[in-house]
Design a protein. Structure first.
Length: 446
């Protein structure tokens, strides 16, 4: 289908290679294969996404959606990665788009330099040391409008501003900060979002079918169905730390990972906590069926260069058979993969820890297990921070085979924070960080 038919479409390989500006030099490799070894795990291959103008990419999907991309290139597709069925092919998803922070009068403002950007599902292929875009699907509302990456609610989300933090932008109830992705057997996709936080069911063509949000969110004005089906305790999610990991279990259930501990009873408690939560969702029942307490390791164990506990995050969860999951604990500079098994004895759904009047809260407990909380047992599989050749800010992980993982980093579209992110002409001063796919061979199979 042509991208200009009915005002939207998909980027196929033939289109990608034929776009103006686009893509003559795009998808050129900048990386080289490596076999660097550290400990028992080792990098066996690295591939890099070339430079693809963000405006050309977006306007091929939804014509006219981006008027000025300010020199930003396609990136941010490392929010998650999921096998596409063929060797070296993967489904990925962008996050909400280029964004940063600039201080004005001592307070940080969240900037969106390309506010028309529409989050997209992007299919990639790894060819040697090159990452190629072979398909892309725009996320759209029920009536075919763009699902932007702008915040939803003034009462809960950061206010959006232009690239220079000088002008306020409008909130968008359709906006999604998309993160995890899996593909269902019927060809539809499931995504998670940080704003709600929410679970989003998307058709094979990118239309939002249903957005599942916490009870009591009261999101109005969205141009797609919104269902309050998640526990209300999630209303206490930390700003920009909603759902980030998503896994599809063999039986069809989904596992949603909350990136960081809830702010219960307040932000200070959440920032100091090492206990976050995983949810199990049944697409058949359209309901959460279980909840689990997950305990981070101390931050200096995950990342010896870091002493701030609030920097701990879960960015990816991967199903590895039965009820087993790989869980990525990370900071921006280091990551460790833990193996857990979800059992009914670990389920805390509907108990006192889902009541926000419980004191102390789950997040405040120094040792939840000692207080009778069935914290998930875990086993370290690999410390990626000790594997030479693994980049920082790994957010997407896919299982390639029994002993190989594919890792994708989030390069933040080349954005950095601060007033220096753009030059005097309003063009991006690129960070120089590329999007890469890195294959890691594990010493023992999963």
């Amino acid at each position: 289908m042509s991208p200009h038919t009915a005002g939207r479409g998909r980027v196929h390989r033939s289109l990608v290679t034929g776009l103006p500006l686009a893509l003559a030099a795009a998808l050129v490799a900048a990386g080289t294969a490596t076999a660097a070894q550290s400990g028992d795990a080792r990098v066996v291959r690295t591939a890099t996404l070339g430079e693809l103008p963000l405006g050309a990419f977006s306007n091929a999907l939804l014509p006219g959606s981006v008027g000025d991309d300010r020199g930003v290139k396609l990136g941010g597709i490392g929010s998650d990665v999921y096998p596409a069925g063929r060797k070296d092919e993967y489904w990925t998803v962008t996050d909400r788009g280029p964004n940063g922070q600039i201080k004005v009068d001592g307070k940080k403002r969240r900037t969106f330099p390309v506010p028309g950007f529409d989050p997209a599902i992007v299919k990639i292929r790894v060819c040697g040391d090159t990452v190629e875009v072979i398909d892309a699907i725009p996320l759209t509302t029920s009536s075919g409008k763009a699902v932007t990456g702008l915040p939803n609610q003034k009462s809960r989300d950061e206010a959006p501003y232009t690239y220079d933090a000088g002008t306020a932008l409008s909130y968008d109830p359709n906006g999604l900060d998309t993160e995890g992705i899996v593909r269902a057997a019927d060809g539809s996709f499931w995504l998670v979002d940080e704003y709600g936080p929410s679970l989003v069911h998307v058709s094979a063509r990118g239309k939002v079918l249903t957005r599942y949000v916490p009870e009591g969110l009261h999101l109005t004005g969205a141009d797609y169905p919104v269902v309050e089906a998640l526990p209300s305790i999630l209303l206490h999610r930390k700003i920009n730390r909603g759902f980030e990991g998503l896994a599809l279990l063999p039986g069809g259930d989904l596992v949603l990972a909350l990136q960081s501990p809830l702010s219960l009873p307040d932000a200070d408690a959440g920032n100091a906590s090492r206990t976050t939560r995983l949810l199990r969702f049944s697409p058949r029942k359209k309901a959460v069926t279980a909840e689990y307490a997950y305990r981070f390791d101390p931050v200096d164990l995950v990342d010896p260069s870091e002493d701030d506990t609030s920097e701990l995050k879960i960015s990816s969860v991967v199903a590895v058979g039965g009820n087993r999951l790989l869980v990525e604990e990370r900071t921006d500079k280091a990551a460790r993969l833990q193996l857990v098994e979800l059992g009914h004895r670990s389920d805390i759904l509907g108990g006192p820890w889902d009541d926000d009047t419980t004191s102390p809260s789950l997040e405040q407990l120094d040792d939840p297990a000692a207080q009778g909380v069935p914290v998930l047992a875990k086993r370290l599989v690999v410390d990626l921070g000790k594997v030479a050749g693994v980049p920082g800010k790994i957010e997407g992980i896919a299982r390639v085979d029994r002993d190989t993982l594919a890792l994708v980093n989030d390069n933040d579209f080349g954005m950095t924070d601060g007033a220096g992110a753009f030059d005097a002409q309003g063009r991006l001063v690129d960070s120089g960080i590329s999007t890469t796919v890195t294959y890691v061979r594990l010493p023992k199979g999963l």
